[in-house]
Write a protein that binds this ligand. Sequence first.
Ligand code: 3Y8
Ligand code: NAP
Length: 249
Amino acid sequence: MHPNLLILGGTTEATALARAVSEAGLTGTVSFAGRVDRPVRQPLPQRVGGFGGVDGLATYLRAHKITHLIDATHPFASAMSHNAVAASAQADIPMVALTRPPWSAQPGDNWTNVPDIPAAVAALDRPACNVMLAVGRMHLAEFAPNPQHTYLLRLVDPPKAPLPLPKTEIIVDRGPFSEASDRTLMETHQIDLVVSKNSGGTGASAKLAAARALGLPVLMIDRPPQPKRHELATPGDVLTWIHSTNLGV
Ligand code: 3Y8
Ligand code: NAP
């Protein structure tokens, strides 16, 4: 049976996998939620938008005769990852996650680890300072209880609605970022503290290297819990898994 893959994307690893799948001459589709105006062009056909929960994804898998589901979403996309595990079981389709390890503090780092966004908000209950809040757009409202700070926000698209924070500087940019540009950004805005998700990977790590170089403290938000699932680390591992689970060949 010829493999027909669905890759749940939105990460550097998903794009690398799509390229490897395309170069291997396999059929696949990359899926985006539709969070940003212009998702990066993919080397495979792509679809945009939610599936409609677990049942919606299971229906999509069957209707499109998907043979393998690869969850290459971001470590903080935990609802999607939970749905992927449930829908693949419901549709009886093999599923694997392509993921990357979390970052860990290195010599010279000054990190405070917090378990989740509410704990990061609690840790910001302190005298006003300049905070680089590099966690995107979707959870900004949760940071409203600390209006005393001046926030440097980096957003993929220009804000379409008023922001829930009174003192902000907006940078519209998408990763991957470089240490030099992040260091200049922090110096220009006299940043005192960096708030980061522990996303792992290479696309967002520049701000950590810049913070280390400048001796700045980092508030590091741990990943949300993920469901139990088969996890792989590289596109090559995924291609091997596809061939080993491609029944009837
Ligand atoms: C829509 C699709 C690729 C993928 C590139 C990676 C790296 C660059 C760094 C900072 C941190 C942040 C954010 C970030 C990075 C990669 C990767 C990554 C962080 C795009 C993309 C989509 C999104 C969604 C977006 C979220 C936001 C998070 C910005 C494409 C560009 C902060 C996560 O405005 C919004 O609604 C933005 C929403 C989810 C988190 C949030 O809560 O706001 N990603 N990011 C995907 C979809 O629609 O399904 O255009 O490529 C992808 C990438 N962003 O192929 O090269 O692999 O992680 N993305 C974080 O890590 O903290 C920026 O500023 O330092
Ligand atoms: P989430 O909270 O886990 O998912 C919420 C809902 O969004 C899902 O239930 C699903 O809707 C839809 N969805 C999520 N990812 C999708 C995908 N790849 N294709 C189709 N529908 C998707 O997800 P999120 O944190 O908002 O992340 C959304 C996307 O941005 C993902 O592709 C993720 O890889 C990417 N991203 C997220 C972050 C981050 O920090 N969260 C960082 C970088 C990239 P239905 O239930 O209707 O199917």
